[in-house]
Design a protein around this ligand. Sequence first.
Ligand code: CA
Length: 228
Amino acid sequence: MTTVAVVEDDPRIRAAVCRGLTDRGHVVLAASTGLGALSEIVDHRPDVVVLDLGLPDIDGLELLRMLRAVSAVPVIVATARDDEREIIRTLDAGADDYVVKPYSADQLDARIRAVLRRVKDDEGGAPIQIGALAIHPLSRTVLLEGAPLELSRKEFDLLWHLANRRGEVVSKRELLAAVWRQPYGGAEKTIDVHLSWLRRKLGETANSPRYLRSVRGVGVMLVDPDSP
Ligand code: CA
């Protein structure tokens, strides 16, 4: 049984979403404000959160960032319109997926199942050691020469995806789909920015790479710098 927190201020939409999820066998926690949602989520630890961005007391993206600071719970954002820029900002802020309103209970249910499947896959992974870099998927921690690195959620996801394909060039198209759940087009910059942050944290630069090797026009590869 899955516990879903539904954060939605419109009482009609909230009732319909809660009913749709209950009918599909989920336990539902409902909140109508951002701050109410935050305490509900911290106290009751739902398996997944469905978050409306337009809330009366706090901006949904701001709430998402606050939530990310205290919890890794998967978040599906409900956006009012199919605005690509808003969707990219939302995913960058730590959302796992999104639905565009109005959405059906069946679609939401399918997205919840997909998000939970991905979480389960991630948790099933054993730690990966590449040179002096140790990546622990369960605790989402990364140690470089024994010292912990402070990575954002997306930086970790990016590193974890590359680690699972170590020694292979992974295309930006694949990274965008796997880490950002985005189709290609216009968002390549997002990857470049996150790669450069990740490089800095790994103590390297694009011009003198160690772990992260870019292959121009193809993609990027994670390697053990001390292995021939
Ligand atoms: Ca709203």
